[in-house]
Design a protein around this ligand. Structure first.
Ligand code: BGC
Length: 759
């Protein structure tokens, strides 16, 4: 069954929900909907358009339609709600037919964001609404429409007795209703539905947006019996999805699955989940049965199993990986095993946090589209996967909410009622479209987000003090600076207003560049002048004549150097001060969300490549590779989420799957692998690997918009060799390692270069 691109139908469907609202308690039973229809004519085509306020699983004549899970995905529903169009020609037949749908709470109705009272605010919708329209074309050319209206019926007495994204699903197989979505079923006891008002202007085709799908299945790697006697399955990989099980036992037996990312002192470590229960409960019917949940997802590597009837055969359970099914386009490999693992962990972190929306984390009571996190990680994400659709879609939500609220929300979709601007987070409205433009070369993303980008910059300009600094109001700062106290992630070493002002200068400069690309020359001049003014203010307030900053931290120097905030004659002194700090910390890391994406570049671009490598390859805590040495299989929220003694960091921010600090991998692609766009969308390549760190080999490959580009370098003694592939119609500027000046322009095809390395 394919999802089909169609022109937008003329809707006759309306949203429907159970007429008796008390039957659908928040976070409780999912709702079955059905409608019979029959036809005598020969059918040539049938398309089902479907969406819901909640998760929806469509059925036609007893068969599940499509492979999408967690449909319709998460958007800012009040502005934009996607429907999918499925080709169901094979399923609809001459004679009696049934259309059915199973609707869970989904993002529209589940509890979202941290709230200790576990309120379910029904943030987007009060009712479990279904919207479906089946369009049948007959051989005669006539068409017929079967659409949701009050002739449908519903039941809340199905097997999903409770469902919640954070807390999990309860499923009682004894309540399964045989044949409920097929003709001939007696639905006389089913309940009425009522129409639900919903603005159809916001109901949009999902188009090219990749659905969330099952993409992989992992077997149990180890069965652990804990010191307290619990049975815990280790799937060997921190992932996002759920468990599928096959079990035989007596009807009424309940198997409980508790999901967590880590073990602590031999037992399941659930504290990082905060109030999210991540617990599925499956109650057996008679016989052998296979089940997986459908209206929840979990972030986990370990699953504690309780109540399993008889001996547990680990082959009866597997972990199902789900995420937005984007195309993988970029790879990296090297001679350094731990670095390769860091890269693989970044990919897994991305997979787990691209479940429809780019999220901070996938396990605790957040899983929200935090703007700062994707701003930091955007360039890395755009290299690893083709994120044009998922991030383009998310930015469309951002624009809609930004226009409504006038601030860039902290999270998109906004479920925390954002009322403030904050650097790095808000800057996403300018910097993420620019990152996507650099990666894919499509001007449209700049155009689509231009109004929002201007709105942000104009609003923050209005907040600047007379001296040109952004030095009042709320800021998250260099979030999760490793030196911030566990209980206050915002309390880092770097002055918040230094950071805010630096980001703002850079963002204004970037907006000027966007205006230039779009031919908005007046705007380009305006934002260049603004960027100059803020840069001058930064210098006046934070830079001493010696080139040292008044607030010395690696993040502060990285911002000043990477955002070109210093006059040329002060850069060398600032870089020397940065490397002093980096060495004083023995190349352990000291930057948070704001500095981490910049610090390696700040070093390597100012003559301190060795120090950049040492920073990348340090294994002492806190560092990029410390988690790898601790067995991490994803990127952790803090470098020391798990302390060296195996205790979980005492802070409340201890996700073990948070991509933000994986932002350094962008540097790995560009500087270690040596592949970067010299022009937007790789219309021209910059191939300039800078070997170091004792690596003897590194390679990248990237499916650019023009075709595959690859780099692969080797060191043999003092000899450096580089093989590259340049896509058709493209040229590459090739630079061999420093000291062996050997710039060359290479045209399409395969090329080999060699040189002696500097001593
Ligand atoms: C999230 C972060 C987010 C931050 C805001 C946290 O709770 O998990 O990743 O960016 O809040 O500072």
């Amino acid at each position: 069954m394919l999802t089909v691109p169609v022109t937008e139908p003329t809707w006759t469907a309306q949203f429907i929900a159970p007429a008796d609202k008390t039957a659908v308690l928040d976070g409780k039973a999912a709702v079955l909907f059905r409608r019979d229809f029959s036809t005598d004519a020969e059918i040539t085509a049938a398309v089902l358009h479907i969406t819901a306020l909640g998760f929806v699983e469509p059925y036609v004549n007893g068969t599940r339609v499509g492979e999408e899970v967690l449909a319709p995905g998460w958007t800012s529903y009040r502005h934009r709600l996607h429907y999918r169009s499925h080709d169901v020609t094979e399923l609809v037949r001459q004679g009696d037919n049934t259309v059915g749908a199973y609707v869970g709470d989904g993002w529209a109705r589940t509890r979202l964001a941290w709230n200790t009272e576990r309120r379910n605010d029904n943030l987007f919708a009060e009712d479990a609404g279904l919207f479906a329209q089946l369009e049948v074309t007959y051989a005669s050319g006539k068409t017929e429409t079967v659409a949701t209206d009050t002739t449908w019926v519903c039941s809340t007495d199905g097997p999903v007795t409770a469902n919640s994204i954070y807390d999990g699903e309860d499923y009682d197989a004894r309540k399964e209703i045989a044949g409920w979505s097929a003709p001939g079923f007696d639905a006389s006891s089913w309940a009425d539905v009522k129409p639900v008002a919903w603005d159809l202007a916001g109901v949009l085709p999902a188009g090219d947006l990749e659905p969330v799908r099952r993409t992989q299945e992992l077997p149990v790697a180890e069965v652990i019996t804990t010191p307290s006697g619990k049975t815990v399955l280790d799937f060997g990989q921190n992932l996002v999805g759920w468990v599928r099980l096959t079990v035989t036992g007596d009807a009424g037996t309940t198997v409980t699955l508790i999901h967590a990312e880590v073990m602590e002192h031999g037992e399941l470590g659930t504290r990082p989940l905060r109030t999210a229960e991540q617990t599925d409960r499956y109650t057996l019917k008679d016989g052998t049965q296979t089940w997986e949940p459908r209206f929840t997802f979990h972030g986990f590597r370990y699953v504690q199993v309780e109540g399993w009837p008889g001996d547990l055969d680990p082959s009866a359970l597997s972990a199902v990986v789900v995420h937005s099914d984007m195309r993988r386009i970029g790879t990296f490999d090297s001679s350094h095993e731990l670095l390769n693992k860091l890269h693989e962990n970044t990919v897994w972190g991305m997979r787990g946090n691209f479940v429809s929306v780019p999220t901070d984390c996938p396990q605790r009571d957040e899983r929200l589209g935090w703007t700062g996190d994707i701003n930091a990680f955007g360039p890395t994400a755009a290299f690893l996967y083709d994120v044009r659709h998922v991030l383009g879609n998310w930015l469309a939500d951002l624009c809609a909410e930004h226009e409504e609220k006038d601030v860039v929300p902290f999270v998109v979709p906004d479920v925390v009622n954002s009322t403030d601007d904050t650097a790095l987070w808000g800057d996403v409205s300018v910097l993420l479209p620019w990152s996507l433009y650099q990666a894919y070369g499509e001007e449209q993303v700049l155009r689509d987000n231009y109004a929002s980008a201007k709105r942000y910059v104009d609003r923050v300009e209005g907040k600047l003090s007379d001296n040109g600094l952004w030095d009042t109001g709320f800021q998250y700062g260099d979030w999760l600076d490793p030196d911030a106290p566990p209980e206050n992630a915002a309390d880092g070493k770097t002055d918040k207003y230094l950071m805010a002002t630096a980001y703002f200068a850079h963002t204004a400069r970037t907006l000027a560049a966007i205006a230039e690309v779009l031919g908005e020359t007046d705007d380009a001049a305006t934002y260049t002048a603004l960027a100059d003014r803020v840069r001058a203010a930064f210098q006046a307030a934070y830079v001493q004549p010696s080139g040292r900053l008044v607030n010395e931290s690696a993040t502060a120097y990285a911002l000043a150097l990477r955002f070109e905030l210093l006059p040329d004659d002060q850069r060398a002194a600032a870089a020397a001060a940065l490397v002093e700090l980096v060495r004083a910390a023995d190349h352990t890391i000291s930057t948070g969300f704001a500095g981490t994406p910049l610090v390696a570049d700040a070093l390597s671009s100012t003559g301190y490549l060795d120090d950049a490598y040492k920073l990348l390859l340090q294994t002492t805590c806190p560092s990029f590779l410390y988690p790898v040495t601790m067995g991490a299989t994803t990127i952790w929220e803090r470098y020391d989420a798990m302390l060296p003694d195996g205790t979980i960091n005492p802070g409340s921010m201890t996700s073990f799957n948070h991509y933000a600090l994986g932002a350094v991998v962008d540097w790995v692609h560009r500087v270690v692998g040596g592949l970067a766009p010299a022009q937007p969308g790789y219309a021209r390549l910059r191939i300039a690997p800078q070997p170091g760190g004792g690596l003897t080999h590194a390679s990248t490959s990237l499916e650019t918009p023009h075709g595959i580009a690859t780099t692969s370098w080797h060191i043999d003694g003092s000899r450096f060799s580089l093989d590259v592939t340049v896509p058709d119609g493209v040229e590459a500027d090739v630079t061999l390692p420093a000291g062996s000046a050997h710039p060359a322009a290479a045209g399409p095809g395969a090329h080999h270069f060699e040189c002696d390395l500097p001593a």
